[in-house]
Design a protein. Structure first.
Length: 142
């Protein structure tokens, strides 16, 4: 069901879409070869070198995973733009302000719902979710 955005002008939508596309392009252009995450036997001369390489590789993979997660959010936002429902809160269906979308173009919650979500998350340790994996901490510990 396509809905025409009544509060975001075509100019606003264009600016936000350009921003999303630029961020997507930056992520896609910044991809490193998978080979850069493998260890070279020459780098592992002693345990300290090996530990250092392992830490660096782990950090690079974590950053790469975050970028891929963000890329999924960008693609979701671009689909919403095409469907004409970009900028609507997924919880309460209220329009998300242009300023918020410029600051966080992948936002899918209005400020009120986001604050409520964060407050609930802080107050309920057992139901906290991993930001990157989407699983509760209890699920991750199993």
């Amino acid at each position: 069901m396509a809905r025409e955005n009544s509060y975001l002008s075509d100019k606003h939508i264009g600016s936000l879409k350009d921003l999303l596309m630029a961020e997507k392009e930056n992520i896609l252009n910044d991809r490193k070869d998978v080979e850069s995450y493998s260890l070279d036997k020459n780098e592992l001369a002693d345990p300290l070198d090996e530990a250092s390489v392992n830490i660096q590789t782990s950090q690079e993979l974590r950053f790469r995973n975050r970028k891929m997660f963000y890329l999924k959010k960008i693609n979701k936002a671009l689909r919403k733009v095409e469907e004409g429902v970009y900028g609507l809160c997924q919880d309460c269906d209220v329009e998300i302000g242009f300023e918020r979308l410029m600051a966080r173009p992948t936002a899918d919650l209005c400020i009120g719902c986001k604050e409520e979500s964060e407050m609930n998350e802080r107050n309920n340790f057992h139901m906290k979710r991993s930001k990157s994996l989407g699983q509760s901490l209890q699920d991750l510990s199993k």
